[in-house]
Design a binder for this molecule. Structure first.
Ligand SMILES: [Zn+2]
Length: 299
């Protein structure tokens, strides 16, 4: 559409080890017990994230139960990745203010650790979009927003993806992640482009970006006025992807799909100015930049 600006990010995600404070808050301990308590250790990556990045915490804890990460007013789960090792993922978005993010990790042994990271600002492209009054008047239906929100909130314990996510289309990226917009001259405060647009011909294949269970299938005819015909894939542990504006859908809710499997076809259903795939990538319900997930995966 208006912007062909590509903004590829190829950054090395390196881990920086923090050895953190030990805390005997929760459980009254004798001095001896306190000495033998294990500290929680945390590796964070990337060490210098930007808005839109997924922040990954690798946690070492003696607990047999996955620790919880508190960030701001939200808690995030962690999941086992090996003996005494857990991973939590925290989304960031273009709507947030850049600056310090503090994380607090608590396990059920009473240990607690905290750390902060600076989330850097990032210039997202800005577009001016002019819509006809008829199109501008389409607000979407509660049905579609409720369905999509419920799908994105899914957190299932099994991690289904391995390695990097693949491109969901053979098309070229016509609108990158994070673009901010003026609609008919008015700044859209809550808007950012929550995914990547791939320009491709009607009927061209849409691929599952990684192994998943199909968590959402719905159609324009049922009330998906804005999204159009839609597939949502649940990759597990709070990671979901959506595929919008499809002309055809070849899967059903509950199907297990593999990376690269053709799940639908590009179309222009819903609010769309021409055939393209809108591909959204969500971590715990927030649309993050998929670029790192495509280039190197999240370990
Ligand atoms: Zn889009």
């Amino acid at each position: 559409m208006l912007s062909n600006v590509l903004d590829p990010i190829h950054r090395v995600m390196s881990g920086l080890r923090y050895v953190l404070d030990r805390c005997a808050l929760a459980v009254p301990m004798t001095a001896l017990a306190a000495l033998s308590a294990q500290a929680i250790e945390i590796n964070i990556s990337p060490t210098s994230p930007r808005l839109g990045d997924t922040i990954t915490l690798l946690i070492v804890s003696d607990s047999e139960t996955a620790p919880i990460v508190s960030a701001g007013d939200r808690d995030y789960p962690s999941f086992p990745v090996g003996p005494r090792r857990y991973r939590a993922m925290i989304p960031t978005t273009p709507l947030e203010t850049p600056g310090t993010r503090s994380f607090s990790v608590t396990d059920d042994l009473g240990d607690r650790a905290s750390l902060s990271v600076n989330v850097r600002d990032r210039d997202f492209p800005i577009q001016q979009i002019w819509l006809s009054p008829e199109i501008n008047a389409i607000e979407g239906t509660d049905y579609e927003f409720d369905r999509v929100e419920a799908f994105r909130a899914e957190v299932t314990p099994d991690r289904l993806w391995t390695g990097s996510f693949i491109a969901p289309s053979d098309g070229w990226i016509s609108t990158p992640y994070g673009v901010r917009r003026y609609y008919n001259g008015e700044w859209a405060d809550d808007y950012y482009h929550r995914g990547l647009d791939y320009a491709a011909g009607t009927g061209s294949p849409v691929y599952a970006a990684a192994d998943a269970i199909v968590g959402l299938v719905d159609y324009e005819a049922n009330g998906f006025e804005i999204h159009g015909n839609t597939i949502g894939l649940n990759h597990g542990q709070g990671v979901t992807t959506v595929y919008l504006h499809l002309s055809e859908i070849y899967v059903r809710e509950g199907d297990r799909v593999e990376a690269g499997e053709t799940i639908g076809a590009v179309g222009s259903t819903g609010i769309s100015t021409g055939p393209h795939l809108h591909w959204g990538f969500f971590v715990h319900g927030e649309a993050v930049d998929p670029t790192d997930w495509q280039s190197q995966g999240i370990k």
